[in-house]
Design a protein around this ligand. Structure first.
Ligand code: 5AD
Ligand code: SF4
Length: 475
C-alpha cells in the first residue's frame, strides 16, 4: 500500500526533470484482461482531468475493455475525481454510495478512485476506513501504471492503494482515446509551483514540469494528420511554460508561435496566470490568425489586500493594466473570461466592493464564480474563515448579476455579425440544430445540416442570450 503524503507533495526539489518514454507497458498477462468486459469512467473537474480520462480509456482499451456510458452496465468503474472545492468531494462520495449498492448485486464489479482526491491523505484514509469494498486507488502521477495496479489487485482481491505523492518526471507515450474527432486537449505542462494560498493543485498535481516542445509539436502534427481542427494547450499555469527548462531558453510565446506555424486551424490555451503574461505573448496571439482571440485570465479578487492574502503576486491595478493591454492589442473581436472567488477569509464588504468594481470595469465576456472552500493542508485553511455562508451566498449572487449583465452585453454585440464556428455536434437544446464555438469561445446553436459537423463554417448570429447565441449558416 502506497498512501499519499501532503508534506512530500509540497516539496520542490532542484533535481533535473527527466522525460521517460518507456514507462507505459502492459504485461502479456494483462493484454486481454478486459476481454468481454465493459468500463465506465465518471470525470469530475477541469480539462486536465478530462484529458486524463481520455488516457485512462485508452489504457483500458489496450487491455481490451470496451466502453459503456451506463455505470450499471459496467464491469469496471473509475471515478476520476476533483479536489478543488468541497462540493466536488461531496459529489464523488454521493456517487460511491450509489455504486456500493450496485456492487452488492454485482460482486465481480471492480471500482476504483483516480484523480486529485486520490492525492489527498484524508480522502485515502477515509476510503481505507469506510470504503474497504472498493478495489483500487491510484493518483494523478501514475495513470500509466493502471495495468499493474489491476494485476496487483487480482492477486490479493483487497483494496489496492497506489498513490505517488510527487512525480519529478514527465511520462511520454501514454495513449489517448479522445472524446472529440475535431478538437483535442494537448498537455504542455504538468503541476504548478505558484502555491496560491487557497489552492490544492500544487499538492495534487506536483511540481511544474514542461513537456519538450518537440513532443508537443509532434503531437499537434499528428492530430492535424488525423483531421483535428482545434487544439487546446493545457496546463495549470501555461504562461510559466518552459521556465523549468535548464538547457534552453524557450517560453510560452515560442511554443505558441511554433504550434501556430503547424497550420492547425485553431490554437487555444488554458489556464493563464496574470503573473507570467508577457508582451511578447500578446504580440504573438495578435499576429497569428489561428491563435484564438480568447484568453481565460483568472483574477480571483478585485481587492489588492485579498490578492496579497491569496498569494497571487499582482494587484488590482496591475491586473487592470494587463487586461487593458490585452484588450487593446487583440481588439473588439476578442474575449476575456475569468475566475473569481468570493468570501475568502477576512474578505470585508469593502474588499468585495472592489471585486464588483473590477467586474464593472472589465466587462468580462463571462466568468466562473465560486464561494471560497477551505482545502485541508493549504495556508488559507488556517486563516480565519470569518464570512458567514449567508453573506458569501449574497456576494456570489450580486457578483453573478454583474457578470451576467456583461456576458449578455458581449453576446448582443455579435447579433447580425458573421463569425466562423467549429460545428461539433447536435445541439443539446434542439436536435435539428448543431452546436459549436466561435474562436472567442462563445457557444452557438446553428440551424444546419449534419454534414457540417466537424467543419468551421461562417455563421450569421441571429439572437443572443446570456450564455449562448443562435445563428444560421452564411456561405
Ligand atoms: N475555493 C474556491 N474556489 C477555488 N478555486 C481554486 N481553489 C478554490 C477554493 N479553495 C477556483 C479558482 C480557480 C478555479 C479553477 O477554481 O478560481 O481559478
Ligand atoms: Fe492553483 Fe492556479 Fe494558483 Fe497554481 S496558479 S496554485 S493551479 S490557482
Amino acid at each position: 500500500m502506497l498512501k499519499p503524503n501532503f508534506k512530500e507533495a509540497q516539496k520542490r526539489t532542484k533535481e533535473d526533470i527527466k522525460v521517460l518514454r518507456n514507462e507505459y507497458v502492459i504485461s502479456d498477462e494483462m493484454k486481454c484482461f478486459g476481454e468481454n468486459k465493459k468500463y465506465f469512467i465518471k470525470t469530475y473537474g477541469c480539462q486536465m482531468n478530462e484529458h486524463d480520462s481520455e488516457m485512462i480509456s485508452a489504457i483500458l482499451e489496450d487491455m481490451k475493455y470496451s466502453k459503456t456510458n451506463d455505470y450499471e452496465d459496467a464491469d469496471l468503474i473509475i471515478l476520476n475525481t476533483c479536489a478543488i472545492r468541497e462540493n466536488a468531494h461531496n459529489k464523488t462520495f454521493g456517487m460511491l454510495g450509489r455504486i456500493k449498492h450496485l456492487k452488492q448485486t454485482k460482486p465481480n464489479l471492480m471500482v476504483g478512485l483516480a484523480g486529485c482526491m486520490s492525492q489527498e491523505e484524508s480522502v485515502v484514509d477515509e476510503i481505507i476506513d469506510k470504503y474497504k469494498w472498493m478495489d483500487f486507488v491510484f493518483g494523478t502521477h501514475n495513470i500509466h501504471k493502471l495495468p499493474e495496479i489491476l494485476k496487483e489487485h487480482t492477486k490479493t482481491n483487497k483494496l489496492e492503494v497506489n498513490v505517488w505523492s510527487n512525480e519529478g518526471n514527465i511520462i511520454e507515450g501514454i495513449p489517448s482515446k479522445r472524446d472529440s474527432k475535431y478538437k483535442a486537449w494537448v498537455n504542455i505542462m504538468y503541476g504548478c509551483d505558484k502555491f496560491c494560498t487557497y489552492c490544492i493543485v500544487p499538492y495534487t498535481r506536483g511540481k511544474q514540469r514542461s513537456r519538450m516542445p518537440e513532443d508537443i509539436i509532434n503531437e499537434v502534427k499528428d492530430l492535424i494528420n488525423q483531421g483535428y481542427k482545434e487544439v487546446t494547450l493545457l496546463g495549470q499555469n501555461v504562461n510559466a511554460y518552459g521556465k523549468d527548462f535548464k538547457d534552453r531558453d524557450y517560453k510560452m510565446e515560442n511554443l505558441l508561435e511554433d504550434v501556430a506555424k503547424t497550420g492547425i486551424d485553431r490554437v487555444r490555451f488554458v489556464t493563464s496566470h496574470p503573473w507570467d503574461f508577457t508582451d511578447n505573448m500578446i504580440d504573438i496571439i495578435a499576429r497569428y490568425d489561428n491563435i484564438c482571440n480568447y484568453i481565460h485570465l483568472p483574477v480571483q479578487s478585485g481587492s489588492s489586500r485579498i490578492l496579497k492574502l491569496m498569494g497571487r503576486r499582482y494587484t488590482k491595478e496591475s491586473y487592470l493594466k494587463l487586461y487593458k493591454k490585452i484588450r487593446n492589442k487583440l481588439g473588439e473581436n476578442s474575449s476575456i473570461t475569468t475566475d473569481i472567488i468570493v468570501g475568502f477569509p477576512l474578505e470585508t464588504k469593502e474588499d468585495f466592493e472592489e471585486t464588483l468594481s473590477l467586474a464593472e470595469e472589465c466587462k468580462f465576456d463571462s466568468a466562473f464564480t465560486f464561494i471560497y472552500s477551505p482545502r485541508e493542508g493549504t495556508p488559507a485553511s488556517k486563516m480565519k474563515d470569518d464570512v458567514s455562508l449567508e453573506e458569501k451566498e449574497k456576494r456570489l449572487y450580486k457578483l453573478n448579476e454583474v457578470i451576467n449583465k456583461y456576458a449578455k452585453e458581449a453576446n448582443d454585440k455579435l447579433v447580425n455579425k458573421v463569425t466562423p464556428v467549429l460545428l461539433e455536434n447536435i445541439s443539446e437544446k434542439d436536435p435539428n440544430m448543431l452546436a459549436g464555438y466561435t474562436d472567442t469561445m462563445k457557444l452557438v446553436n446553428v440551424k444546419a445540416d449534419k454534414k457540417y459537423i466537424g467543419k468551421i463554417v461562417n455563421v450569421k448570429i441571429t439572437d443572443a442570450k446570456t450564455w449562448s447565441l443562435d445563428g444560421e449558416i452564411n456561405e
